[in-house]
Design a protein around this ligand. Sequence first.
Ligand code: FES
Length: 131
Amino acid sequence: MHMKAEKNTGPKVVPIRFILEDPEPLTGKTEKTLDLKAAVGQSVLEVALENGINIEHACGGVCACSTCHVYLEQGEELVNEPEDDELDRVEEAPATQIDSRLSCQTRIQAEGELVVKVPAWNRNAVKEVPH
Ligand code: FES
């Protein structure tokens, strides 16, 4: 029996925990904490959507809205620094914090543990815009 060395099997896999303040609109389930795996190179939004966490992403992930806003509670040193465009957009999101990021612009770059909190208002950010 031969085991392949993990470092030779493609992208590095990192643990990522999602904490969902209001899980049902996002996943249809009641679990608030989901421990998942992500690959280095993926965005936080990609990881969420792949795992059935339907974070709002009105612009399709091109940094043109702020609906994919999340809090990066752990792992800031494992992801890319925010660009000016992202910082401008984040300011438009409700309830921003020091650890606010746009999940579509937050790309995992190194191994380690990430913790991402999805605020309860995420699902409603677009619908609340008056028309
Ligand atoms: S989905 Fe629009 S900025 Fe992330």
